[in-house]
Design a protein around this ligand. Structure first.
Ligand SMILES: [Zn+2]
Ligand SMILES: [Zn+2]
Length: 514
């Protein structure tokens, strides 16, 4: 899944290291991690790993990466907290060098100046990166949407994006997930409306299943439960762990006395219970899947209970999810899932077409590379950028493992100047009859900073012979195409001068039309 290496000179900076959960086609495979061969071969050059946010497809592979390289890991506080609990499981937490980064506090990694830019997403503490090098700034968006009313009031930092855009951005690498969706992605607030409706009308238990990293949703449910006189229970290992982390960090606010442990649930009447439970993708061993088949120790579903699947149906998981929903219907539950009804039980964390356009228009990069999407989505994002004319130079559609290199134009000019100052410049001047392709006079040869030609008549004569032979051996078409004949003369003279003098002057043939 997501992992990118940015390099400058001898310095390599890695952005994200995610895992992917395999679909049914990959039998017997538990997780898919990025191909780490390149990193392994270049481990001495890795200066830092920077995490954009705490989703599995961005940090899940971190333990495997840290087994190969030792470099500091930068992340926002919540992202690092999730990463840390992952490293604990792999016994790597002690050795890992985790460093907090915050918005508006740029830091240096070798030649990179890294600035974290807060952007809204379905997880808190998420954002993009501005990587400034002597060659220019690259903006890497991470996953984002422009939610004007996030539950934590922490809106996207459009100002910083615009500032970078105004100062000139070399390249933009942007999330393409929802490029096919027109308009704007609804705010997290939309989910709050629907959950309010459900909670207000509910007679029995309310069970809400979402990703264990969706602190926005956990907060919404905790607030609603408090208002409706229900106790809250976080069920499932990841749900319990992540909510604990978020509460300790002050990022999830639950009034004292609101939380109950799972073993106390049976003591409460159903209308006083709100459960947030993991397993929204129908994973067979997850808490929600076990509840659906009455296989959970503490939690059960009875007729009249409300069950909400507040998550996207990830393609490939449809069968498992709908089988689970069927079991819940059999138990008499009212089931709510992402079936297009409004207000939604789930909103995407990724920006739709208009938000992607806004990103392009704010950043207005020289070069653009769509990332994070299937091929068709990258393609459509590329088309969008071309239509907007927001990209001044070029767009690139890259696949996994592809390499994109930006050269420094200034560097080339300096190289040429160095070249001229060391070996000089030679200008052969030819007068060619454009109708016959025949040289009208002997070629003239002028030089600066090369061997003084006045003192080397044999060299001038031999160079003339080289030019004459080159023209003789070329056909009329070639002689008529000055670009071609100039290049042939340049190549032949370069070889000749190098053999005769050991120097490699810059050769600039001039053809006069007569
Ligand atoms: Zn994400
Ligand atoms: Zn992602």
């Amino acid at each position: 899944m997501n992992m990118m290496a940015y390099e400058f000179d001898d310095h390599l900076l890695i952005v994200d290291c995610g895992i992917m959960f395999p679909d049914a086609e990959l039998l017997g495979v538990d997780i898919v991690i990025p191909d780490l061969n390149y990193v392994r071969e270049n481990r001495d050059r890795v200066r830092a790993i920077v995490l954009t946010h705490g989703h599995e497809d961005h940090i899940g592979g971190l333990p495997y990466l840290l087994e190969e390289v030792s470099a500091p890991v930068y992340g926002t506080p919540f992202t690092l907290a999730l990463a840390r609990s992952k490293l604990v499981e792999h016994d790597l937490a002690e050795s890992a060098d985790l460093r907090e980064m915050r918005p508006h506090e740029p830091f240096e990694v070798g030649p990179f100046r890294v600035e974290f830019i807060h952007l809204t997403h379905s997880i808190i503490d998420s954002g993009g990166l501005a990587l400034t090098t002597p060659l220019g700034t690259v903006i890497h968006t991470g996953d984002f949407k422009f939610d004007p009313t996030p539950t934590d009031q922490h809106v996207s930092d459009l100002h910083t994006l615009a500032d970078y855009g105004r100062n000139g951005v070399l390249a933009l690498f942007a999330d393409s997930t929802n490029v096919e969706r027109p308009g704007l992605t609804p705010s997290e607030r939309a989910v709050s409306q629907r959950l309010t409706q459900i909670m207000t009308e509910a007679k029995g238990r309310v069970l809400i299943s979402c990703f264990a990293t969706s602190m926005h949703r956990l907060q919404i449910v905790a607030d609603l439960a408090y208002r409706h006189g229900r106790k809250v229970c976080f069920v499932g290992r990841s749900m319990f762990q992540n909510s604990e982390i978020a509460m300790q960090m002050g990022r999830l606010h639950v009034p004292p006395g609101l939380l109950v442990p799972p073993q106390d649930l049976r003591k409460l009447p159903p209308h006083q219970v709100a459960i947030v439970i993991s397993g929204s993708q129908g994973e067979p061993m997850s808490a929600m899947a076990r509840v659906a088949v009455s296989g959970h120790r503490w939690v059960s579903v009875e007729p009249g209970d409300e069950v909400v699947l507040s998550a996207r149906v990830i393609p490939g998981n449809e069968k498992a999810i709908f089988r689970m929903l069927d079991h819940l219907y059999r138990r008499g539950a009212h089931v709510h899932y992402d079936d297009g009804s409004q207000p939604p039980v789930h909103v995407s964390g990724h920006g739709s077409a208009e938000e992607l356009k806004l990103m392009l228009n704010l950043v207005r990069p020289k070069y653009f590379v769509p990332i994070h999407g299937e091929y068709r989505q990258l393609w459509r994002h590329l088309e969008m950028a071309k239509e907007l004319a927001a990209v001044s130079q070029e767009t690139f559609l890259l696949g996994s493992g592809d390499v994109l290199e930006f050269d420094e134009v200034e560097e080339i000019i300096l190289k040429e100047r160095r070249h001229i100052s060391a070996d000089g410049i030679v200008i052969p001047i030819l007068a060619i009859n454009e109708h016959t392709g025949i040289l009208e006079t002997q070629p003239e040869i002028v030089s600066r900073g090369f061997v003084p030609l006045d003192e080397a008549p044999e060299l001038v004569e031999s160079a003339r012979q080289v030019i004459l032979r080159t023209i003789e051996k070329s056909n009329l078409e070639e002689v008529g195409d000055w670009g071609v004949i100039k290049e042939k003369i340049r190549t032949a003279l370069r070889k000749h001068f190098n053999e005769e003098t050991g120097k490699r002057p810059m050769i600039l043939p001039v053809v006069l039309e007569v």
